[in-house]
Design a protein around this ligand. Sequence first.
Ligand SMILES: Nc1ncnc2c1ncn2[C@@H]1O[C@H](COP(=O)(O)OP(=O)(O)OP(=O)(O)O)[C@@H](O)[C@H]1O
Ligand SMILES: [Mg+2]
Length: 235
Amino acid sequence: MLKVENLNVYYGGIHALRGIDIEVQEGQIVSIIGSNGAGKSTLLNAITGIVKPKEGLITYKGNEIPRTPHKIVKLGICQVPEGRLIFANLTVKDNLMMGAYLRNDKKKIEEDLEKVYQLFPRLLERINQMAGTLSGGEQQMLAMGRGLMSNPDLILLDEPSLGLAPLLVRTIFEIIEDIKKMNKTILLVEQNAYKALSIADKAYILEQGVIKKEGIAEEILQDKSILEAYLGKAH
Ligand SMILES: Nc1ncnc2c1ncn2[C@@H]1O[C@H](COP(=O)(O)OP(=O)(O)OP(=O)(O)O)[C@@H](O)[C@H]1O
Ligand SMILES: [Mg+2]
């Protein structure tokens, strides 16, 4: 579904991504795991046209991906950015509707809104609340809900568990699995390696702009040497 080949991104003199190759199959959860500064957000931003690569080919469903963010949304790709970036002065409902701004299919939009409320009952309880007054975890739910309102086939999630309490982290990962069941494909970027591996089909380990390991997530999770070398001590 998505293929990234020999992707190289620079920020001035910093070579942030060095010859990245990844592949995401339809219906899968693919996790990219890496520590701070590894280049995870840069990779997602390059896919969605926010960052311009110096070299490399990105194809989506067999065609080269457009380089403008709104065209990418129209193709059925949505990015839920790190730090959430919700509209603080709009209500929960209005934030969700912003996710559907490129759509005209009113009836389907209403259906998708219902689905988002089913996934995140907490948002339904708070539809008229200003988004800026939501808790961190609720803002994360809102950001994911808004992403779903564009009716994407492929969802790029940038560290959805960042800064959340353990119980909420579990909830968020369960919801990601529920989203997969809605026939969505997910590219998940995470520092929480164990959680990200435990729900993924495939995983890549990114370190200083380079893919160091790739494989079936379950196998990486069983491989003590990989866990110790790249992900800190096995738990
Ligand atoms: N706009 C920018 N200008 C210059 N350097 C940047 C820019 N954005 C990112 N970088 C650098 O590129 C490298 C990769 O950053 P990136 O944000 O992709 O990492 P990350 O894996 O998402 O980290 P984190 O887990 O902390 O979010 C870092 O060294 C970062 O300082
Ligand atoms: Mg990041």
